[in-house]
Design a protein around this ligand. Structure first.
Ligand SMILES: [Zn+2]
Length: 194
């Protein structure tokens, strides 16, 4: 069974108190995300890492505070979550050279990573049977990623102790939607045993 890991928005602006759109307690899941990514690399499992890469005046900033502007400190992924062989896929039509990459960083400007022009092509190319999803935040970008992946009809597992939320009740609703649509939950310890 071919598995792909999906590491959602593990970027400094979200993960740390100094970040522009800090998700409270999110720094506590960084070791789990790092462990999952390292496990994937050691097991030959590709990691798709979605990352916000906003322009200075992105329409999203009418809803959310300024965050993850391309090229800023906060837009960077947490160092511990980076893998050595990685390719960055920009948020525009471009050639797709992901052969041999351990980590495929998909830049996006929208909460829905499936709105990024290249994600569909990457997913198609990887052709996984199972997706393991984790990162921030549960009720927004993790939910959008899980929804889109569930629509492909493949197995989706959300890593219960490698996600963080802005609002507990919204998170519960998101998890309810994901499991209601056939998604599963599993802790890091179980994922890294498979
Ligand atoms: Zn954003």
């Amino acid at each position: 069974m071919k598995t792909v890991f999906v590491d959602v928005d593990s970027q400094l602006d979200f993960l740390y108190p100094a970040g522009a759109l800090y998700v409270p307690k999110a720094e506590r899941i960084v070791p789990a995300i790092a462990q999952l990514n390292r496990f994937a690399a050691a097991s030959g499992i590709p990691v798709v890492s979605t990352t916000d890469a906003h322009s200075e005046n992105d329409p999203e900033f009418q809803i959310w505070p300024h965050h993850c502007v391309a090229g800023t400190w906060g837009q960077r992924k947490a160092g511990a979550t980076l893998l050595e062989k990685r390719v960055v896929i920009p948020n525009r039509e471009c050639p797709l050279d992901i052969e041999g990459a351990q980590q495929i960083v998909i830049e996006k400007q929208n909460v829905d990573v499936f709105a990024a022009p290249n994600l569909g092509r990457v997913i198609e190319k990887l052709d996984a049977d199972r997706y393991v999803v984790y990162g921030v935040v549960t009720e927004i970008c993790v939910l959008y990623a899980a929804r889109g992946l569930l629509r492909t009809g493949r197995q989706v597992i959300v890593v219960s102790d490698a996600i963080e939320t802005l609002k507990a009740e919204d998170s519960a609703r998101a998890i309810g939607e994901i499991t209601g649509a056939g998604g599963m939950l599993a802790p890091v310890s179980e994922i890294c045993l498979r």
